[in-house]
Design a protein around this ligand. Structure first.
Ligand code: HEC
Length: 152
């Protein structure tokens, strides 16, 4: 195969992979799922628990020049700012919810400031849409009984 053919083929495969990922994560989770599962799906699709995790999972482009350095820096800053995997786990298991973390994620989702551009640029569709922020808000309102205020 000629090199140029390989490049074109490679680009086409990459484009297809992007489109398929985009289609699966750009829509809000199905209404038929219980609400807490819609919330955890949003946190997964939007990468919250990839970055805000004490064991961050580096994306494939983390070792690329330029952007790789940016995403690695962001992931480090993310865990230094707020850890969200434990909140995700509590939501998934119906455990006690850290309300201070919950209100912070609601704020960034409603303002549309998370996930950062360094992430959405490669995971098209990972941005939190207003309907997704609403789902999280509805879940939080319905589940006041799970809430517990940090004891400190
Ligand atoms: C690419 C890694 C990355 C992803 C993905 C990501 N974040 Fe962040 N997040 C950061 C970084 C870096 C900061 C700290 C610097 C800043 O505020 O920009 C941050 C800060 C935050 C803060 C603190 C903001 C404040 O002002 O107190 C919250 C809350 C937050 N992120 C929630 C989320 C949620 C919810 C998601 C998923 C929708 C998410 N993040 C996805 C990297 C990430």
């Amino acid at each position: 195969m000629k090199t140029s053919t390989k490049i074109i083929l490679g680009a086409a495969i990459l484009a297809l992979a992007f489109i398929l990922t985009y289609r699966s994560i750009n829509q809000e989770p199905s209404d038929s799922l219980p609400k807490y599962m819609q919330v955890t799906a949003i946190m997964e699709n939007s990468g919250c628990i990839l970055c805000h995790n004490s064991q961050p999972k580096m994306p494939f482009y983390a070792n690329w020049p330029l952007l790789g350095g940016k995403i690695k820096g962001d992931m480090k800053a993310a865990i230094n700012t707020i850890e969200l995997k434990s909140l995700y786990d509590s939501i998934a298991s119906g455990g006690a919810i850290d309300t201070s973390k919950l209100s912070k994620i609601l704020t960034v989702m409603e303002e549309g400031t998370m996930p950062p551009l360094s992430f959405t640029i490669f995971r098209l569709g990972s941005a939190v849409k207003s309907r997704e922020a609403e789902i999280v808000r509805e879940w939080a309102t319905d589940n006041k009984h799970l809430a517990k205020v940090e004891e400190d």
